[in-house]
Design a protein around this ligand. Structure first.
Ligand SMILES: *[C@@H]1O[C@H](CO)[C@@H](O)[C@H](O)[C@H]1NC(C)=O
Ligand SMILES: *[C@@H]1O[C@H](CO)[C@@H](O)[C@H](O)[C@H]1NC(C)=O
Ligand SMILES: *[C@@H]1O[C@H](CO)[C@@H](O)[C@H](O)[C@H]1NC(C)=O
Ligand SMILES: *[C@@H]1O[C@H](CO)[C@@H](O)[C@H](O)[C@H]1NC(C)=O
Ligand SMILES: *[C@@H]1O[C@H](CO)[C@@H](O)[C@H](O)[C@H]1NC(C)=O
Ligand SMILES: *[C@@H]1O[C@H](CO)[C@@H](O)[C@H](O)[C@H]1NC(C)=O
Ligand SMILES: *[C@@H]1O[C@H](CO)[C@@H](O)[C@H](O)[C@H]1NC(C)=O
Ligand SMILES: *[C@@H]1O[C@H](CO)[C@@H](O)[C@H](O)[C@H]1NC(C)=O
Ligand SMILES: *[C@@H]1O[C@H](CO)[C@@H](O)[C@H](O)[C@H]1NC(C)=O
Length: 426
Protein backbone atom coordinates (compact mmCIF):
# COMPACT_ATOMS: atom_id res chain seq x y z
CA UNK A 1 0.00 0.00 0.00
CA UNK A 2 1.39 3.36 -1.01
CA UNK A 3 1.40 6.19 1.52
CA UNK A 4 -1.68 8.36 1.14
CA UNK A 5 0.35 11.44 0.32
CA UNK A 6 1.44 9.89 -2.97
CA UNK A 7 -2.13 9.60 -4.17
CA UNK A 8 -2.44 13.29 -5.10
CA UNK A 9 -3.75 14.12 -8.55
CA UNK A 10 -0.89 14.69 -10.98
CA UNK A 11 -1.62 18.40 -11.31
CA UNK A 12 -0.99 18.91 -7.59
CA UNK A 13 2.58 17.70 -7.77
CA UNK A 14 5.06 20.54 -7.89
CA UNK A 15 8.10 19.52 -9.82
CA UNK A 16 11.13 20.31 -7.73
CA UNK A 17 14.04 20.40 -10.18
CA UNK A 18 15.15 22.51 -13.09
CA UNK A 19 16.77 21.18 -16.19
CA UNK A 20 20.48 20.84 -15.88
CA UNK A 21 22.35 21.44 -19.09
CA UNK A 22 25.99 20.77 -18.38
CA UNK A 23 28.22 23.01 -20.46
CA UNK A 24 31.84 22.09 -20.94
CA UNK A 25 33.68 24.36 -23.35
CA UNK A 26 31.51 24.55 -26.45
CA UNK A 27 29.65 21.31 -25.67
CA UNK A 28 26.26 21.24 -23.98
CA UNK A 29 25.17 17.91 -22.51
CA UNK A 30 21.50 17.36 -21.78
CA UNK A 31 20.18 14.60 -19.52
CA UNK A 32 16.46 13.78 -19.52
CA UNK A 33 14.69 15.20 -16.49
CA UNK A 34 12.64 12.12 -15.84
CA UNK A 35 15.83 10.12 -15.53
CA UNK A 36 17.47 12.44 -13.03
CA UNK A 37 14.80 12.59 -10.40
CA UNK A 38 13.01 9.67 -8.82
CA UNK A 39 10.35 12.04 -7.50
CA UNK A 40 8.87 12.07 -10.97
CA UNK A 41 7.61 8.56 -10.47
CA UNK A 42 4.08 9.03 -9.19
CA UNK A 43 1.03 6.79 -9.00
CA UNK A 44 -1.22 7.09 -12.02
CA UNK A 45 -4.56 8.68 -11.25
CA UNK A 46 -6.30 5.66 -12.76
CA UNK A 47 -4.57 3.38 -10.28
CA UNK A 48 -2.57 1.70 -13.02
CA UNK A 49 0.81 1.76 -11.34
CA UNK A 50 3.58 4.31 -11.54
CA UNK A 51 3.79 6.98 -14.22
CA UNK A 52 5.75 10.13 -14.84
CA UNK A 53 4.34 13.50 -13.91
CA UNK A 54 4.20 16.17 -16.57
CA UNK A 55 7.90 16.59 -17.05
CA UNK A 56 8.93 19.05 -19.75
CA UNK A 57 12.41 18.74 -21.18
CA UNK A 58 11.85 21.50 -23.75
CA UNK A 59 13.35 24.36 -21.68
CA UNK A 60 16.61 22.55 -21.10
CA UNK A 61 16.88 21.47 -24.73
CA UNK A 62 16.25 25.04 -25.88
CA UNK A 63 18.81 26.24 -23.37
CA UNK A 64 21.39 23.87 -24.86
CA UNK A 65 20.58 25.22 -28.33
CA UNK A 66 21.01 28.81 -27.19
CA UNK A 67 24.25 28.11 -25.32
CA UNK A 68 25.90 25.76 -27.83
CA UNK A 69 23.99 26.25 -31.09
CA UNK A 70 26.76 28.29 -32.65
CA UNK A 71 30.23 26.77 -33.00
CA UNK A 72 29.28 24.06 -30.59
CA UNK A 73 28.05 20.55 -29.92
CA UNK A 74 24.78 19.59 -28.29
CA UNK A 75 24.47 16.10 -26.88
CA UNK A 76 21.18 14.61 -25.74
CA UNK A 77 22.14 11.63 -23.63
CA UNK A 78 20.13 8.39 -23.75
CA UNK A 79 16.73 8.36 -22.07
CA UNK A 80 13.28 9.79 -22.65
CA UNK A 81 12.75 13.50 -23.29
CA UNK A 82 9.25 14.92 -22.94
CA UNK A 83 8.64 17.71 -25.45
CA UNK A 84 5.73 19.84 -24.34
CA UNK A 85 6.52 23.06 -26.20
CA UNK A 86 7.27 24.16 -29.73
CA UNK A 87 10.94 24.56 -30.63
CA UNK A 88 12.34 27.25 -32.90
CA UNK A 89 16.06 26.72 -33.39
CA UNK A 90 16.67 28.67 -36.57
CA UNK A 91 19.81 30.64 -35.74
CA UNK A 92 22.23 27.71 -35.75
CA UNK A 93 25.76 27.90 -37.13
CA UNK A 94 28.44 25.23 -37.21
CA UNK A 95 26.72 22.92 -34.77
CA UNK A 96 26.65 19.19 -34.21
CA UNK A 97 23.48 17.98 -32.53
CA UNK A 98 23.91 14.42 -31.29
CA UNK A 99 20.80 12.68 -30.05
CA UNK A 100 20.93 9.34 -28.26
CA UNK A 101 17.51 9.40 -26.65
CA UNK A 102 13.80 9.22 -27.40
CA UNK A 103 11.89 12.48 -27.82
CA UNK A 104 8.16 12.20 -27.16
CA UNK A 105 5.89 15.07 -28.18
CA UNK A 106 2.99 15.52 -25.77
CA UNK A 107 -0.56 14.76 -26.81
CA UNK A 108 -2.56 15.75 -23.75
CA UNK A 109 -3.31 19.22 -25.14
CA UNK A 110 -3.52 19.08 -28.91
CA UNK A 111 -4.99 22.62 -28.91
CA UNK A 112 -1.65 23.83 -27.65
CA UNK A 113 0.15 22.47 -30.71
CA UNK A 114 -2.53 23.70 -33.08
CA UNK A 115 -2.27 27.22 -31.65
CA UNK A 116 1.45 27.52 -31.09
CA UNK A 117 3.10 25.55 -33.88
CA UNK A 118 5.02 27.71 -36.33
CA UNK A 119 3.69 28.54 -39.75
CA UNK A 120 5.71 27.14 -42.61
CA UNK A 121 3.80 29.23 -45.17
CA UNK A 122 3.13 26.34 -47.55
CA UNK A 123 -0.63 25.77 -47.74
CA UNK A 124 -1.14 27.11 -44.22
CA UNK A 125 0.75 24.20 -42.69
CA UNK A 126 2.53 24.39 -39.31
CA UNK A 127 5.43 22.68 -37.59
CA UNK A 128 6.34 21.71 -34.03
CA UNK A 129 10.08 22.15 -34.56
CA UNK A 130 11.96 24.36 -37.01
CA UNK A 131 15.71 24.09 -37.46
CA UNK A 132 17.64 26.54 -39.59
CA UNK A 133 20.90 28.39 -40.03
CA UNK A 134 24.07 27.00 -41.58
CA UNK A 135 26.43 24.06 -41.20
CA UNK A 136 24.16 21.93 -39.08
CA UNK A 137 24.46 18.21 -38.40
CA UNK A 138 21.56 16.57 -36.58
CA UNK A 139 22.44 12.94 -35.95
CA UNK A 140 20.75 10.10 -34.14
CA UNK A 141 23.27 7.29 -34.69
CA UNK A 142 20.44 4.83 -35.21
CA UNK A 143 19.48 5.42 -31.57
CA UNK A 144 17.38 8.59 -31.62
CA UNK A 145 13.63 8.08 -31.74
CA UNK A 146 11.13 10.88 -32.45
CA UNK A 147 7.71 9.84 -31.21
CA UNK A 148 4.98 12.29 -32.22
CA UNK A 149 2.09 10.54 -30.49
CA UNK A 150 0.55 10.54 -33.94
CA UNK A 151 -2.39 8.31 -33.14
CA UNK A 152 -3.88 11.16 -31.10
CA UNK A 153 -3.61 13.39 -34.20
CA UNK A 154 -5.05 10.75 -36.50
CA UNK A 155 -7.96 10.32 -34.11
CA UNK A 156 -8.50 14.09 -33.87
CA UNK A 157 -8.47 14.46 -37.65
CA UNK A 158 -10.85 11.47 -37.99
CA UNK A 159 -9.59 10.72 -41.45
CA UNK A 160 -10.01 14.32 -42.68
CA UNK A 161 -7.21 15.70 -44.82
CA UNK A 162 -4.94 18.53 -43.63
CA UNK A 163 -6.47 19.37 -40.25
CA UNK A 164 -5.43 22.98 -39.54
CA UNK A 165 -2.58 23.30 -37.08
CA UNK A 166 -1.67 19.62 -37.09
CA UNK A 167 2.10 20.02 -36.89
CA UNK A 168 4.87 18.68 -39.09
CA UNK A 169 7.35 16.88 -36.82
CA UNK A 170 10.58 18.54 -38.06
CA UNK A 171 11.09 21.31 -40.61
CA UNK A 172 14.38 22.43 -42.10
CA UNK A 173 13.64 26.15 -42.45
CA UNK A 174 16.06 28.51 -44.20
CA UNK A 175 18.84 25.98 -43.66
CA UNK A 176 22.10 25.76 -45.63
CA UNK A 177 24.47 22.78 -45.44
CA UNK A 178 22.29 20.61 -43.26
CA UNK A 179 22.78 16.92 -42.49
CA UNK A 180 20.08 14.85 -40.83
CA UNK A 181 21.14 11.24 -40.23
CA UNK A 182 20.29 8.12 -38.29
CA UNK A 183 16.92 9.04 -36.74
CA UNK A 184 13.82 6.84 -36.35
CA UNK A 185 10.37 8.39 -36.28
CA UNK A 186 7.37 6.59 -34.95
CA UNK A 187 3.85 7.93 -35.05
CA UNK A 188 4.63 11.40 -36.37
CA UNK A 189 2.04 14.10 -35.76
CA UNK A 190 1.68 14.99 -39.48
CA UNK A 191 4.40 14.97 -42.20
CA UNK A 192 7.57 13.52 -40.72
CA UNK A 193 9.81 16.16 -42.28
CA UNK A 194 9.61 19.24 -44.49
CA UNK A 195 12.42 21.08 -46.24
CA UNK A 196 11.64 24.71 -47.10
CA UNK A 197 13.74 27.67 -48.26
CA UNK A 198 16.84 25.54 -47.85
CA UNK A 199 19.92 24.55 -49.81
CA UNK A 200 22.31 21.62 -49.61
CA UNK A 201 20.32 19.37 -47.32
CA UNK A 202 21.35 15.73 -46.88
CA UNK A 203 18.98 13.35 -45.14
CA UNK A 204 20.31 9.83 -44.75
CA UNK A 205 19.61 6.60 -42.88
CA UNK A 206 16.18 7.56 -41.63
CA UNK A 207 13.38 5.25 -40.58
CA UNK A 208 9.80 6.45 -40.39
CA UNK A 209 6.82 4.48 -39.24
CA UNK A 210 3.40 6.05 -38.88
CA UNK A 211 0.32 3.98 -39.50
CA UNK A 212 -3.04 4.24 -37.80
CA UNK A 213 -3.94 1.42 -35.47
CA UNK A 214 -7.66 2.01 -35.95
CA UNK A 215 -10.02 2.66 -38.83
CA UNK A 216 -9.06 6.34 -39.23
CA UNK A 217 -6.50 6.64 -42.00
CA UNK A 218 -3.02 7.97 -41.38
CA UNK A 219 -3.12 10.38 -44.30
CA UNK A 220 -0.84 13.44 -44.34
CA UNK A 221 1.97 11.47 -42.73
CA UNK A 222 4.34 12.03 -45.68
CA UNK A 223 7.96 10.98 -45.19
CA UNK A 224 9.19 14.29 -46.55
CA UNK A 225 8.11 17.19 -48.69
CA UNK A 226 10.52 19.63 -50.30
CA UNK A 227 9.52 23.15 -51.31
CA UNK A 228 11.44 26.24 -52.44
CA UNK A 229 14.68 24.33 -51.88
CA UNK A 230 17.60 22.98 -53.87
CA UNK A 231 20.51 20.57 -53.72
CA UNK A 232 18.88 17.89 -51.62
CA UNK A 233 20.12 14.33 -51.14
CA UNK A 234 17.85 11.69 -49.66
CA UNK A 235 19.27 8.21 -49.21
CA UNK A 236 18.75 5.03 -47.23
CA UNK A 237 15.27 5.53 -45.89
CA UNK A 238 12.68 2.99 -44.84
CA UNK A 239 9.24 4.55 -44.59
CA UNK A 240 5.88 3.12 -43.62
CA UNK A 241 3.21 5.80 -43.76
CA UNK A 242 -0.27 6.43 -45.01
CA UNK A 243 0.61 9.08 -47.56
CA UNK A 244 3.40 10.15 -49.92
CA UNK A 245 6.81 8.74 -49.05
CA UNK A 246 8.91 11.39 -50.84
CA UNK A 247 7.04 14.36 -52.32
CA UNK A 248 8.86 17.02 -54.32
CA UNK A 249 6.79 20.18 -54.25
CA UNK A 250 7.02 23.54 -56.02
CA UNK A 251 10.33 25.29 -56.59
CA UNK A 252 12.48 22.28 -55.79
CA UNK A 253 15.54 21.57 -57.91
CA UNK A 254 18.53 19.25 -57.90
CA UNK A 255 17.05 16.56 -55.70
CA UNK A 256 18.56 13.08 -55.64
CA UNK A 257 16.63 10.31 -53.93
CA UNK A 258 18.08 6.80 -53.68
CA UNK A 259 17.77 3.55 -51.77
CA UNK A 260 14.40 4.19 -50.26
CA UNK A 261 11.92 1.46 -49.31
CA UNK A 262 8.35 2.66 -48.90
CA UNK A 263 5.44 0.68 -47.49
CA UNK A 264 1.74 1.61 -47.67
CA UNK A 265 2.56 4.97 -49.22
CA UNK A 266 2.45 7.09 -52.35
CA UNK A 267 6.15 6.31 -52.88
CA UNK A 268 7.94 8.76 -55.22
CA UNK A 269 5.97 11.77 -56.34
CA UNK A 270 6.42 15.17 -57.87
CA UNK A 271 3.68 17.26 -56.29
CA UNK A 272 1.27 18.34 -55.66
CA UNK A 273 2.40 21.40 -57.59
CA UNK A 274 0.50 24.29 -59.13
CA UNK A 275 -2.00 24.69 -56.31
CA UNK A 276 -1.90 28.47 -56.41
CA UNK A 277 -2.92 29.76 -59.80
CA UNK A 278 -1.26 33.13 -59.08
CA UNK A 279 2.16 31.60 -58.32
CA UNK A 280 4.09 29.44 -60.74
CA UNK A 281 5.74 26.29 -59.38
CA UNK A 282 9.02 25.19 -60.93
CA UNK A 283 10.45 21.71 -60.42
CA UNK A 284 13.57 20.48 -62.23
CA UNK A 285 16.54 18.13 -62.13
CA UNK A 286 15.13 15.40 -59.95
CA UNK A 287 16.34 11.79 -59.78
CA UNK A 288 14.65 8.94 -57.93
CA UNK A 289 16.61 5.70 -58.11
CA UNK A 290 16.73 2.30 -56.47
CA UNK A 291 13.35 2.52 -54.86
CA UNK A 292 11.06 -0.21 -53.56
CA UNK A 293 7.34 0.42 -53.14
CA UNK A 294 5.38 -2.21 -51.24
CA UNK A 295 1.58 -2.21 -51.16
CA UNK A 296 1.53 1.41 -52.24
CA UNK A 297 -0.96 3.63 -54.01
CA UNK A 298 1.46 4.71 -56.75
CA UNK A 299 5.18 4.41 -57.24
CA UNK A 300 6.58 6.87 -59.82
CA UNK A 301 4.20 9.71 -60.48
CA UNK A 302 3.50 13.39 -61.06
CA UNK A 303 0.50 15.27 -59.71
CA UNK A 304 -0.28 18.83 -60.63
CA UNK A 305 -3.22 21.13 -60.19
CA UNK A 306 -4.34 23.08 -63.26
CA UNK A 307 -1.73 25.77 -62.53
CA UNK A 308 1.36 27.35 -64.04
CA UNK A 309 5.09 26.71 -64.05
CA UNK A 310 6.85 23.53 -65.10
CA UNK A 311 8.07 20.08 -64.11
CA UNK A 312 11.07 19.08 -66.18
CA UNK A 313 14.09 16.82 -66.26
CA UNK A 314 12.90 14.14 -63.86
CA UNK A 315 14.21 10.55 -63.82
CA UNK A 316 12.51 7.61 -62.15
CA UNK A 317 15.02 4.73 -62.37
CA UNK A 318 15.16 1.19 -60.97
CA UNK A 319 11.83 1.24 -59.22
CA UNK A 320 10.42 -2.05 -58.07
CA UNK A 321 6.87 -2.28 -56.77
CA UNK A 322 4.75 -4.98 -55.22
CA UNK A 323 0.98 -4.73 -55.27
CA UNK A 324 0.97 -1.06 -56.27
CA UNK A 325 -2.50 0.31 -57.01
CA UNK A 326 -1.42 2.31 -60.09
CA UNK A 327 2.37 2.40 -60.46
CA UNK A 328 2.90 5.16 -63.04
CA UNK A 329 0.43 8.01 -62.92
CA UNK A 330 0.41 11.55 -64.28
CA UNK A 331 -2.42 14.00 -63.78
CA UNK A 332 -2.90 17.67 -64.60
CA UNK A 333 -5.86 18.04 -62.23
CA UNK A 334 -5.17 16.13 -59.03
CA UNK A 335 -7.98 15.77 -56.50
CA UNK A 336 -10.61 17.85 -58.35
CA UNK A 337 -10.30 16.03 -61.70
CA UNK A 338 -11.64 19.23 -63.25
CA UNK A 339 -10.19 21.74 -65.73
CA UNK A 340 -7.73 18.99 -66.61
CA UNK A 341 -7.10 20.33 -70.09
CA UNK A 342 -6.66 23.97 -69.12
CA UNK A 343 -3.53 23.52 -67.01
CA UNK A 344 -0.52 25.44 -68.30
CA UNK A 345 1.89 23.67 -65.99
CA UNK A 346 4.22 22.08 -68.54
CA UNK A 347 5.60 18.59 -67.98
CA UNK A 348 8.63 17.67 -70.08
CA UNK A 349 11.83 15.60 -70.20
CA UNK A 350 10.66 12.86 -67.87
CA UNK A 351 12.25 9.40 -67.89
CA UNK A 352 10.92 6.17 -66.44
CA UNK A 353 13.64 3.51 -66.66
CA UNK A 354 13.52 -0.06 -65.36
CA UNK A 355 10.19 0.13 -63.57
CA UNK A 356 9.17 -3.39 -62.56
CA UNK A 357 6.97 -5.46 -60.28
CA UNK A 358 3.24 -5.93 -59.85
CA UNK A 359 0.22 -3.68 -60.08
CA UNK A 360 -2.86 -4.31 -57.98
CA UNK A 361 -5.21 -4.06 -60.98
CA UNK A 362 -4.79 -4.10 -64.74
CA UNK A 363 -3.20 -0.67 -65.22
CA UNK A 364 0.56 -0.16 -65.26
CA UNK A 365 0.45 3.50 -66.29
CA UNK A 366 -2.22 6.17 -66.57
CA UNK A 367 -1.09 9.50 -67.99
CA UNK A 368 -3.39 12.43 -68.52
CA UNK A 369 -1.54 15.55 -69.60
CA UNK A 370 -3.27 18.89 -70.11
CA UNK A 371 -4.67 19.58 -73.57
CA UNK A 372 -3.42 23.17 -73.18
CA UNK A 373 0.13 22.04 -72.35
CA UNK A 374 0.71 18.49 -73.59
CA UNK A 375 3.55 16.53 -72.02
CA UNK A 376 6.69 16.48 -74.13
CA UNK A 377 9.72 14.27 -74.21
CA UNK A 378 8.47 11.46 -72.03
CA UNK A 379 10.78 8.45 -72.25
CA UNK A 380 10.17 4.93 -71.09
CA UNK A 381 12.53 1.96 -71.08
CA UNK A 382 12.42 -1.47 -69.47
CA UNK A 383 8.91 -1.11 -68.11
CA UNK A 384 7.78 -4.51 -66.89
CA UNK A 385 4.74 -4.29 -64.64
CA UNK A 386 2.36 -7.22 -64.38
CA UNK A 387 -1.03 -7.30 -62.68
CA UNK A 388 -0.63 -9.35 -59.52
CA UNK A 389 -3.60 -11.53 -60.43
CA UNK A 390 -2.36 -12.22 -63.94
CA UNK A 391 -3.22 -10.87 -67.39
CA UNK A 392 -1.62 -7.89 -69.05
CA UNK A 393 -1.48 -4.34 -67.78
CA UNK A 394 -2.94 -1.39 -69.68
CA UNK A 395 -1.15 1.84 -70.50
CA UNK A 396 -3.57 4.76 -70.78
CA UNK A 397 -2.38 8.00 -72.39
CA UNK A 398 -3.75 11.38 -73.37
CA UNK A 399 -2.07 14.54 -74.67
CA UNK A 400 1.51 13.35 -75.00
CA UNK A 401 3.38 15.13 -77.81
CA UNK A 402 5.93 12.41 -78.47
CA UNK A 403 3.64 9.45 -77.82
CA UNK A 404 4.74 7.55 -80.92
CA UNK A 405 8.39 7.53 -79.94
CA UNK A 406 8.27 7.51 -76.17
CA UNK A 407 9.14 3.84 -75.80
CA UNK A 408 5.88 2.58 -74.35
CA UNK A 409 2.85 1.32 -76.25
CA UNK A 410 -0.36 3.03 -75.19
CA UNK A 411 -3.41 0.77 -75.08
CA UNK A 412 -6.05 3.48 -74.86
CA UNK A 413 -6.85 7.06 -73.84
CA UNK A 414 -6.68 8.36 -70.28
CA UNK A 415 -9.53 10.75 -69.47
CA UNK A 416 -8.90 13.64 -67.05
CA UNK A 417 -11.28 11.99 -64.62
CA UNK A 418 -9.15 8.84 -64.39
CA UNK A 419 -8.54 8.52 -60.64
CA UNK A 420 -5.24 8.32 -58.79
CA UNK A 421 -6.30 5.04 -57.23
CA UNK A 422 -8.45 2.34 -58.72
CA UNK A 423 -10.82 0.05 -56.92
CA UNK A 424 -10.78 -2.70 -59.53
CA UNK A 425 -9.79 -3.56 -63.08
CA UNK A 426 -10.73 -1.02 -65.76
C1 LIG B 1 35.26 18.72 -20.30
O1 LIG B 1 35.77 18.27 -21.55
C2 LIG B 1 37.13 17.93 -21.50
C3 LIG B 1 37.63 17.71 -22.92
O2 LIG B 1 36.66 17.08 -23.71
C4 LIG B 1 37.30 16.73 -20.59
O3 LIG B 1 38.67 16.37 -20.50
C5 LIG B 1 36.80 17.08 -19.20
O4 LIG B 1 36.83 15.95 -18.39
C6 LIG B 1 35.38 17.61 -19.27
N1 LIG B 1 34.98 18.10 -17.99
C7 LIG B 1 33.90 17.70 -17.36
C8 LIG B 1 33.61 18.33 -16.05
O5 LIG B 1 33.15 16.84 -17.85
C1 LIG C 1 33.03 25.04 -35.48
O1 LIG C 1 32.85 24.82 -34.10
C2 LIG C 1 33.94 24.13 -33.48
C3 LIG C 1 33.54 23.92 -32.04
O2 LIG C 1 32.47 23.02 -31.99
C4 LIG C 1 35.18 24.95 -33.59
O3 LIG C 1 36.25 24.24 -33.05
C5 LIG C 1 35.46 25.26 -35.05
O4 LIG C 1 36.53 26.14 -35.13
C6 LIG C 1 34.24 25.91 -35.68
N1 LIG C 1 34.45 26.05 -37.12
C7 LIG C 1 34.41 27.22 -37.70
C8 LIG C 1 34.65 27.21 -39.17
O5 LIG C 1 34.17 28.24 -37.09
C1 LIG D 1 -3.89 23.94 -23.79
O1 LIG D 1 -3.12 24.87 -24.52
C2 LIG D 1 -3.79 26.09 -24.72
C3 LIG D 1 -2.93 26.93 -25.68
O2 LIG D 1 -1.65 27.08 -25.19
C4 LIG D 1 -3.97 26.77 -23.36
O3 LIG D 1 -4.65 27.98 -23.54
C5 LIG D 1 -4.78 25.85 -22.48
O4 LIG D 1 -4.85 26.40 -21.18
C6 LIG D 1 -4.15 24.48 -22.40
N1 LIG D 1 -5.05 23.59 -21.70
C7 LIG D 1 -4.63 22.83 -20.69
C8 LIG D 1 -5.66 21.92 -20.11
O5 LIG D 1 -3.48 22.85 -20.30
C1 LIG E 1 26.86 20.61 -48.15
O1 LIG E 1 26.68 20.29 -46.80
C2 LIG E 1 27.59 19.34 -46.30
C3 LIG E 1 27.21 19.05 -44.86
O2 LIG E 1 26.00 18.36 -44.83
C4 LIG E 1 29.00 19.88 -46.40
O3 LIG E 1 29.90 18.91 -45.96
C5 LIG E 1 29.29 20.27 -47.83
O4 LIG E 1 30.54 20.91 -47.89
C6 LIG E 1 28.23 21.23 -48.33
N1 LIG E 1 28.44 21.47 -49.74
C7 LIG E 1 28.68 22.68 -50.21
C8 LIG E 1 28.83 22.78 -51.68
O5 LIG E 1 28.75 23.65 -49.48
C1 LIG F 1 23.41 3.42 -46.78
O1 LIG F 1 23.34 2.17 -46.11
C2 LIG F 1 24.41 1.31 -46.46
C3 LIG F 1 24.14 -0.03 -45.83
O2 LIG F 1 23.79 0.13 -44.50
C4 LIG F 1 25.73 1.93 -45.99
O3 LIG F 1 26.80 1.12 -46.36
C5 LIG F 1 25.87 3.29 -46.66
O4 LIG F 1 27.02 3.94 -46.15
C6 LIG F 1 24.68 4.16 -46.38
N1 LIG F 1 24.76 5.39 -47.16
C7 LIG F 1 24.83 6.58 -46.59
C8 LIG F 1 24.86 7.74 -47.53
O5 LIG F 1 24.84 6.75 -45.39
C1 LIG G 1 8.41 29.81 -57.10
O1 LIG G 1 9.43 30.60 -57.64
C2 LIG G 1 8.93 31.62 -58.50
C3 LIG G 1 10.11 32.29 -59.15
O2 LIG G 1 11.10 32.56 -58.23
C4 LIG G 1 8.09 32.59 -57.69
O3 LIG G 1 7.53 33.58 -58.53
C5 LIG G 1 6.95 31.82 -57.05
O4 LIG G 1 6.22 32.66 -56.20
C6 LIG G 1 7.47 30.65 -56.25
N1 LIG G 1 6.34 29.84 -55.84
C7 LIG G 1 6.08 29.61 -54.57
C8 LIG G 1 4.86 28.80 -54.32
O5 LIG G 1 6.76 30.02 -53.65
C1 LIG H 1 18.92 16.93 -65.51
O1 LIG H 1 19.05 16.54 -64.15
C2 LIG H 1 20.24 15.83 -63.92
C3 LIG H 1 20.19 15.34 -62.49
O2 LIG H 1 19.94 16.37 -61.60
C4 LIG H 1 21.43 16.74 -64.18
O3 LIG H 1 22.62 16.02 -63.96
C5 LIG H 1 21.38 17.22 -65.61
O4 LIG H 1 22.41 18.16 -65.83
C6 LIG H 1 20.05 17.89 -65.88
N1 LIG H 1 19.94 18.20 -67.30
C7 LIG H 1 19.70 19.41 -67.72
C8 LIG H 1 19.59 19.57 -69.19
O5 LIG H 1 19.56 20.36 -66.96
C1 LIG I 1 21.38 2.00 -57.91
O1 LIG I 1 21.42 0.65 -58.28
C2 LIG I 1 22.25 0.43 -59.41
C3 LIG I 1 22.04 -0.99 -59.87
O2 LIG I 1 22.09 -1.86 -58.78
C4 LIG I 1 23.69 0.75 -59.00
O3 LIG I 1 24.56 0.57 -60.08
C5 LIG I 1 23.76 2.20 -58.56
O4 LIG I 1 25.03 2.50 -58.05
C6 LIG I 1 22.74 2.47 -57.46
N1 LIG I 1 22.69 3.90 -57.20
C7 LIG I 1 22.80 4.39 -55.96
C8 LIG I 1 22.78 5.87 -55.85
O5 LIG I 1 22.90 3.70 -54.97
C1 LIG J 1 16.51 -2.64 -62.36
O1 LIG J 1 16.10 -2.31 -61.05
C2 LIG J 1 16.31 -3.34 -60.11
C3 LIG J 1 15.78 -2.85 -58.77
O2 LIG J 1 14.46 -2.47 -58.91
C4 LIG J 1 17.79 -3.65 -60.01
O3 LIG J 1 17.97 -4.73 -59.12
C5 LIG J 1 18.34 -3.99 -61.35
O4 LIG J 1 19.73 -4.12 -61.25
C6 LIG J 1 18.01 -2.89 -62.33
N1 LIG J 1 18.45 -3.26 -63.66
C7 LIG J 1 19.38 -2.58 -64.29
C8 LIG J 1 19.71 -3.08 -65.66
O5 LIG J 1 19.93 -1.60 -63.81
Amino acid sequence: MLPLTLLLPLSAIVLPVHGEVVKNGSTCIVTPLSDTNAAFAVPRSDGGGLARATVDDTPQILSAFSQCGQDGTIILRPGTYHIRQVMDTTNLRNVSVEIYGTLIWSADNLSYWRQKSFSVTYAGRQTAWRIGGRDIALRGFGQAVFDGNGQAWIDLARGASNLDGRPISLTVWHGTNVLIDGITWRMAQFWHTFVAYSQNVTMTNLVMNTLSSNSYSSQNTDGTDTWNSKDITISNWTVTCGDDCIAIKGNSSNVHVSNVVCHESGAMTIGSVGSNARQPDYVENIVFENITAIHSSNSAWIKTYPGTGYVRNVTFRNIYGEDVNQPIYVTSCIYSYQNCDSSHLAISDIRWENITGTSRYNVAAAIHCSGAAPCDNLHFSDINIKPKNGGTAKVLCSNIKNQATMGLQCTGPCPGSHPQQLSGNV
